[in-house]
Ligand binder design. Structure first.
Ligand SMILES: Nc1ncnc2c1ncn2[C@@H]1O[C@H](COP(=O)(O)OP(=O)(O)O)[C@@H](O)[C@H]1O
Ligand SMILES: [Mg+2]
Length: 375
């Protein structure tokens, strides 16, 4: 089936993509759907903007009779945050006030109150702030999830799960969560995480409460041929031709990261009105730099001279063997110990991450921006 011709920008980034904005990933989708159907818990690893949330969303939407209880745990800081995010997720799922009210009754310790906006009819909730900060409150909300999921096919998605580690009492909370989840054998839980190191700690470390509690799925770049075909079709539907070679260059420019590819294409669309060529990529990059240059500037201001040299070195030379003499000389760094220390900091700031022995930029736009500056 052909999509309708597009007048508006056909590329989206920074959000979950669905329908025609989503490029299918059949192999991963089949695998995930299979795990969910058999009631397995799954942990999904993958860097940011690789498409984890979009994948889970597409899979559950495609499974007839199933629904998704989606909990976003990004930046949670306290147990109360976790409780409120989980209850919010239930509210988003249950469209009927009476059903939601019934779910709230499963939280006696948290003394929930139902709030209804008289003007719009929209409903919300409040929890006892003190009770919600008690780690044991987590048991109650996890048990509530079982109540909500009972009798229906419900997948519970805990997105950006690694951020639970931000909690001061993380270990207790994790142990309590795991303790309850293990009694919910027939409900599939999907844990996704963008910080590989932390997720591996959580699921592959024998000392962790979640050790070996879920099957693993890795979400990396989208298969190049199908993503290239998808992108070309998006351009062509808007009456713009683009060669395979140009699509290849677009993908090379941002190392195939799906979110960055879409962001670059969105900008290319903005600077073109007809066919798309290689020179448009550079113009589009300039548009992105105009929007994000200040942010990149402030990223750099946070760095010590050595950290900055290392960052620039990784951009120019590549992120392998940063402690080798050749790298240190080329980057102008005195010794291996300084490079090692600086690398730890760059990882903490999440400017780069370590992947199979190579430091890679979290944002390829940041890298491209650095390479075009006169440092
Ligand atoms: N399957 C896909 N097809 C097309 N674009 C995608 C796909 N998956 C991800 N993207 C792009 O990446 C962006 C981030 O996707 P998201 O699912 O939020 O990633 P993650 O959860 O891994 O951070 C989307 O806004 C979109 O631009
Ligand atoms: Mg996500």
């Amino acid at each position: 089936m052909k999509d309708k011709p597009l007048d508006s920008n056909p590329f989206r980034y920074g959000c979950v993509v669905e329908d025609s904005f989503y490029c299918p990933r059949p192999a991963l989708e089949r695998q995930l759907a299979g795990f969910i159907r058999s009631g397995q818990n799954v942990v999904i690893h993958g860097e940011r903007r690789m498409g984890k949330t979009s994948l889970v969303n597409a899979v559950v939407r495609g499974m007839r009779g199933w629904r998704m209880l989606y909990v976003d745990l990004l930046h949670v800081q306290t147990v109360g945050d976790v409780c409120r995010r989980i209850v919010s997720a239930v509210r988003n799922l249950e469209r009927k006030a009476s059903v939601f009210e019934k779910a709230l009754k499963l939280l006696p310790r948290l003394r929930p109150v139902m709030k209804i906006d008289p003007a719009t009819g929209e409903f919300g909730f409040g929890l006892d702030a003190r009770a919600a900060e008690d780690p044991y409150a987590v048991e109650e909300v996890i048990d509530m999830l079982a109540g909500v999921a009972a009798g229906g096919r419900t997948v519970i998605v805990l997105d950006e799960f690694q951020d639970i580690c931000n909690l001061p009492d993380a270990q207790t909370v994790l142990a309590l969560m795991r303790g309850r989840i293990q009694f919910q054998g027939d409900i599939p839980y999907v844990f996704t995480g963008s910080v590989r190191k932390r997720m591996v700690e959580l699921f592959d470390n024998p000392d962790s409460a979640f050790y070996k509690s879920a099957l693993t799925l890795c979400v990396g770049e989208i298969d190049r041929d199908s993503f290239a075909k998808f992108l070309r079709r998006r351009f062509e539907n808007g009456h713009r031709r683009v060669s395979d070679e140009t699509v290849g260059t677009i993908m090379d420019t941002v190392a195939d990261v799906p979110g960055d590819v879409q962001q670059l294409c969105e900008a290319i669309w903005g600077v073109t009105s007809g066919d798309v060529g290689a020179k448009d990529i550079e113009a589009a990059l300039q548009v992105v730099f105009m929007r994000e240059g200040d942010k990149f500037e402030s990223f750099c201001e946070r760095l010590s001279p050595v950290q900055f040299k290392l960052l620039l070195g990784i951009a120019r030379i590549g992120g392998r063997e940063i402690q080798s003499r050749a790298f240190l000389d080329a980057a102008g760094i005195g010794n291996a110990a300084s490079a090692r220390k600086a690398a730890i900091r760059l990882c903490e700031l999440r400017y780069v991450y370590l992947f199979r022995g190579e430091y890679r930029f979290s944002s390829m736009f940041f890298k491209a921006w650095l390479l075009r500056r006169d440092y």
